[in-house]
Design a protein around this ligand. Structure first.
Ligand SMILES: Cc1cc2nc3c(=O)[nH]c(=O)nc-3n(C[C@H](O)[C@H](O)[C@H](O)COP(=O)(O)O)c2cc1C
Length: 378
């Protein structure tokens, strides 16, 4: 039975444990270029003992950004700015991954704290941030107040496939070990595979095979430009949580096809498709999406990652021990406590003497612990 702090092998990579940083947009980049904030933010998770540190959603093209503050990887300046981050994280013993994304009809959005609505004149006035035109499988907007996206032509679609490949090659040069393709939460690839959004009748829509074609061709394009020894993750929305929408059974079929295209891990999130369809209510609770990971893991010969509302060390360990997932991803709890993995290891008795910590911290903490025990304070 695998446990949270057992190593995990993907191709030639050995993760020291099963805890991954879930991609978290910081909205702090300018022109897609990483800066000191991204270095400090991501480095903390390496020092905190995470097995894989994933960057936030990083756009494959300028127009594919969700907000003006997103990271990007469509030019070499952006590539160079990411190098110190990959170098540091690897030197501290974590695997470093990048999430590649295209926002599709969700592009040109304001940062969460500016309203999570389309960029408008106020943003131009206050921050000199102008709106840009979004694209999508159809011209149905993401939400009520959103402008209609431009319907993508065959040429647009081929450009996306090529751009994912080019970004993968740049990610390799920047020193990343893992790529996660962002195909969840209502972003472009999810917009294509969800029947609620993709009503096209050409080869990129219509049937199930048509709707998943873009995701599969992107997987192949990334694999072609990404070394065979490096890992490829795919983040999907395992269900739309909406009647008539994408289902877990669809996710199982997609996962099988992605495996054939060289994908190693399915990261199982859910929801976010938007449009005029109200989501049915769903039960949020500890590890509430782990069931999707379990379904896919049991039905497809592929590794899975569970994510969502995981913060308790014992719950996290149970997800792995019970075979619901090979890996867990943690988001908000790592913002709260970047040392979560090291502290979780103590909590579930996987590290009694701070030996998982770098000695620069662990030697002192262990010494203090011995004194506290002597004084009866522990
Ligand atoms: C600040 C923040 C930014 C996020 N940005 C991304 C992102 O760039 N890509 C993505 O796939 N998910 C993103 N998410 C979702 C998280 O990766 C994760 O799936 C979600 O927060 C649920 O996990 P948690 O309960 O551990 O936070 C973001 C979440 C937060 C809190």
């Amino acid at each position: 039975m695998a446990k949270l702090f057992d190593p995990f092998q993907i191709r030639s990579l050995t993760l020291k444990n099963r805890v991954c940083v879930s991609p978290m947009s910081q909205y702090r980049a300018k022109d897609g270029v990483a800066n000191d904030w991204h270095f400090a933010h991501l480095s903390r998770f390496a020092l905190g003992g995470c097995g894989i540190v994933f960057t936030e959603a990083t756009a494959i093209s300028s127009d594919g950004r969700r907000t003006h503050g997103d990271l990007g990887l469509w030019n070499d300046h952006q590539l160079d700015a990411l190098k110190p981050i990959t170098k540091f994280i690897k030197a501290e013993g974590s695997i470093v991954g990048i999430q590649l994304s295209h926002a599709g009809r969700k592009a040109s959005e304001r940062r969460p704290w500016h309203g999570e609505s389309p960029v408008n004149e106020q943003d131009v006035k206050e921050r000199n941030e102008a709106p840009w035109a979004a694209i999508g499988p159809t011209n149905e907007p993401y939400g009520k107040e959103w402008p209609a996206p431009k319907i993508m032509t065959d040429e647009d679609i081929h450009q996306i496939i090529e751009d994912f490949g080019l970004a993968a090659a740049r990610a390799d040069s920047a020193g990343f070990d893992a790529i996660e393709v962002y195909a969840a939460h209502g972003f472009l690839l999810h917009q294509f595979y969800s029947p609620l959004c993709n009503t096209r009748s050409d080869q990129w829509g219509g049937s199930f095979e048509g709707r998943i074609k873009l995701a599969l061709d992107v997987a192949s394009s990334v694999r072609k430009n990404w070394p065979a020894e490096k890992a490829l993750f795919f983040r999907i929305s395992a269900t739309d949580w909406i009647d008539g929408g994408w289902t877990v059974e669809d996710s199982i079929q997609l996962a099988k096809a992605l495996k054939d295209r060289g994908v190693d891990v399915i990261d199982c999130s859910s929801g976010g498709i938007g449009g005029p369809h109200p989501p049915i209510s769903f039960p949020i609770g500890p590890a509430f999406q782990a069931g999707f990971s379990k379904e896919i893991r049991q039905n497809v010969d592929i590794a899975t990652m569970a994510v969502g509302f995981i913060w308790d060390a014992r719950v996290a360990n149970t997800v792995i021990e019970s075979g619901q997932a090979d890996l867990i991803a943690i988001g908000r709890e790592l913002l709260n406590n970047p040392n979560w993995p090291l502290q979780a290891a103590k909590e579930i008795a996987a590290d009694d003497d701070y030996s998982l910590w770098d000695p620069a911290f662990g030697w002192w903490l262990n010494k203090r612990e011995r004194v506290m025990r002597k004084l009866g304070l522990r």
